[in-house]
Design a protein around this ligand. Structure first.
Ligand SMILES: Cc1cc2nc3c(=O)[nH]c(=O)nc-3n(C[C@H](O)[C@H](O)[C@H](O)COP(=O)(O)OP(=O)(O)OC[C@H]3O[C@@H](n4cnc5c(N)ncnc54)[C@H](O)[C@@H]3O)c2cc1C
Length: 295
């Protein structure tokens, strides 16, 4: 089916009114970098598209009462360039930097990346590590959902883009004992989907040595962006040293369930994710000098 209408609203109120008016027959589009590719092999079954790329409120990045808010139509390039995200959401800035190519980053959005629900979507992995909330508006209804809870399977989320508008993502601004980091291994530096990616958030005890808390998000290690909770539990309270990091690497390799794909075997991905975790923790805590060749 070819669509008959292409709407370009300028407020979220207009977007919601259009969704209500079209009763599931209109689909949201942001950058179109996923949707238009999908449309080629699986034509969209809707009559209308609603382009949310010109709604200023969906393109804001701001801090409010100790939380960082990122509008759903913020592009990857905006995230990379934002001083607020570089300073207070490093894992998200680095994840956005690794997406596709400059052309893809200039139009692709964080909202599209999450709603498209691929198990290794780069900014989705970072937002899971940040324990972000998804802010969703539907006609007559507002809700906030932990991002990790919206993923149902490869390409499937609980957000229905013919009924629900993701307006923003939010996460706590970090304090001085929190660190984040993003690690990604791919066959090329650009325009290659990840073999493995890992988003890390951690918090140190007041003594600055022991690990008080940690969140580890990884992809594509399950059918959805995956929180490695067993490995997180094994690290809580630990004073980090080479031995502990090695054990954590083994633990996460055992915990995840990647599959064989043309990008790499499951066994190889299991091994790589162990390396990624060790590297992520070392770099987050500046335990070793950053390799000049790492992006
Ligand atoms: C060449 C190429 C390279 C790529 N490389 C990478 C990569 O390295 N890493 C990576 O993670 N991804 C990559 N992608 C995938 C893609 O660019 C990203 O997922 C991008 O962030 C999608 O955002 P978009 O705005 O283009 O989404 P769109 O295509 O506009 O939308 C995607 C889906 O989300 C829905 N949607 C969009 N916004 C909202 C909203 N606010 N509320 C509700 N539903 C919404 C749409 O209806 C659609 O179902 C690549 C794509 C291409 C074409």
């Amino acid at each position: 089916m070819t669509w008959e209408n292409y709407f370009m609203p300028s407020t979220t109120g207009e977007v919601l009114a259009l969704l209500e008016q079209h009763q599931g027959q209109a689909r949201l589009v942001a950058g179109g970098t996923d949707l238009m590719v999908q449309h080629r092999w699986d034509p969209l079954e809707v009559k209308s598209l609603i382009d949310i790329g010109r709604v200023p409120a969906l393109k804001e990045i701001r801090e409010d009462h100790g939380r960082i808010y990122v509008g759903a139509a913020v592009t990857h390039s905006q995230l990379v360039d934002s001083a607020l995200i570089q300073g207070k959401g490093r894992v998200l800035a680095e994840a956005a930097r690794s997406v596709g190519s400059p052309q893809v980053r200039n139009v692709g959005t964080v909202g599209g990346n999450v709603v498209n629900a691929q198990p290794a979507a780069d900014t989705a992995i970072a937002l899971v590590a940040l324990d972000a909330l998804v802010h969703v508006s539907s006609p007559g209804k507002e809700r906030e959902i932990p991002v990790a809870e919206i993923f149902l399977g490869p390409g499937k989320s609980s957000i229905d883009p013919a009924k629900d508008l993701v307006t923003a993502f939010s996460f706590s601004a970090p304090d001085s004992r929190e660190r984040t980091y993003f690690v990604r291994f791919a066959r090329r530096e650009a325009l290659a989907l990840p073999l493995v990616n890992l988003g890390l958030w951690l918090q140190l005890e007041e003594d600055g040595h022991a690990l008080k808390d940690i969140r580890i998000a990884v992809g594509p290690m399950a059918v959805v962006p995956y929180r490695a909770r067993k490995t997180e539990a094994s690290l809580k309270g630990a004073v980090l040293n080479e031995e502990i990091l090695k054990k954590a690497g083994h633990s996460i390799s055992e915990e995840v369930t990647p599959r064989d794909s043309f990008r790499g075997s499951a066994a190889f991905k299991k091994r790589l994710i162990g390396v990624a975790l060790k590297r992520g923790i070392e770099r987050a805590l500046d335990l070793k000098g950053v390799d000049r060749h790492e992006r």
